[in-house]
Design a protein around this ligand. Structure first.
Ligand SMILES: [Zn+2]
Length: 333
């Protein structure tokens, strides 16, 4: 068997012969690159059918808080840059900048080496070099999805919105797990000292993320519902943005799909801030150029316009590229 990699149905990233990442597949070793739900699919089935679940210590702590149970006997906690032998293959997790604990996966198999980026953004994700096959996340897989500003601009816009509106009541910030905690740290680093309040899971994740980032976040209080008249910043999971929007204050949704400006007003007291934890299209190309693998597989299960990414990489970088799995719609075009 050649040492190869692919994205199969249901988003299972197959690496070498024995490893699968980020969805269920009948293989002995299941990697979870990070705790987002589109990367923990089929985890309970993997717990039943695979030998080991492999993730960084931070990712295991996140999973626990989010109610994803992995029994002790099945856990293989692997810190970054530590090689581990799995029968005929050697596996290593490399850092990916996305959320606390996120990893890339490197597998040396018979006759080659393959890798998977998991979700990532640049800079801060060192490209894995010398690969035979690179599987890459391409959430924003074409120039039409390109944000035309850096995340520093988005953070600056967020700080201004908080400062301009907080005297009138709470500022609500909605985002995904991991992104909220990263933004809390970045706001504190930029001198935002207003009290931080969050729902219970977000607070627990913040404690874990604070350790990961090496930054104190132990002053985040749990939301009680009595803070609606205070000058505080309230952090809530993205799924709660609709339900809470009618409450007093200013509501800010963190979303990389806002492409008009770093901050855009969408209703009277509702704004989008264009902050993402995924590489822009240009950053995806930059990663592949630096990594310079022999072949690229673009994850079309999670990414948008993956077929375009593959074609672009082939034309511009001259690297053989495929969008996988092949699905209906744009994939064939
Ligand atoms: Zn993610």
């Amino acid at each position: 068997m050649a040492c190869t990699a692919d994205v199969a149905g249901r988003g299972a990233v197959l690496l070498g012969e024995g490893v699968v990442a980020d969805s269920f597949w009948p293989r002995p070793y299941r990697v979870v690159t990070h705790a987002h739900s589109d990367h923990t699919m089929g985890l309970s089935r993997s717990v039943r059918e695979s030998l080991f679940i492999i993730a960084t210590p931070t990712t295991f702590r996140f999973l626990e808080i989010l109610g994803q149970k992995v029994p002790e006997a099945k856990r293989l906690e692997l810190p970054y840059d530590r090689r581990i032998a799995l029968e005929d293959e050697v596996l290593e997790l490399k850092i990916a900048r996305h959320i606390a604990g996120s990893s890339q996966v490197l597998v040396e198999c018979r006759g080659g080496v393959v890798g998977y980026t998991g979700d990532f953004k640049m800079p801060g994700t060192p490209p894995m070099q010398g690969l035979d096959v690179l599987v890459i996340d391409a959430t924003y897989g074409s120039p039409r999805l390109q944000r035309r500003w850096g995340e520093w601009d988005a953070l600056a816009a967020l700080v201004s919105l908080i400062e301009d509106n907080i005297s009138r009541g709470p500022v609500w910030v909605y985002g995904y797990n991991g992104k909220l905690q990263e933004v809390m740290v970045e706001l504190r680093r930029r001198g935002v000292t207003y009290p931080f309040i969050a729902d219970e899971k977000t607070v627990k994740l913040a404690r874990v993320a604070a350790e990961f980032y090496g930054y104190q976040l132990d002053d985040v209080r749990v939301y009680t519902g009595r803070e609606h008249g205070e000058s505080v910043v309230l952090f809530m999971h993205a799924s709660r943005s609709r339900g809470k929007r009618r409450l007093p204050g200013t509501h800010i949704v963190l979303t990389g799909w806002e492409l008009r400006a770093p901050a855009a007003r969408v209703a009277d007291n509702v704004y989008n801030v264009s902050f993402s934890d995924h590489a822009t299209f240009r950053e995806i190309v930059e990663y592949v150029r630096e990594a310079s693998p022999r072949m690229v597989v673009v994850d079309a299960y999670r990414g948008k316009d993956a077929w375009f990414t593959a074609r672009y990489l082939e034309r511009v970088l001259g690297i053989r590229s495929f969008a996988r799995p092949v699905v209906g719609g744009g994939a064939g075009g």
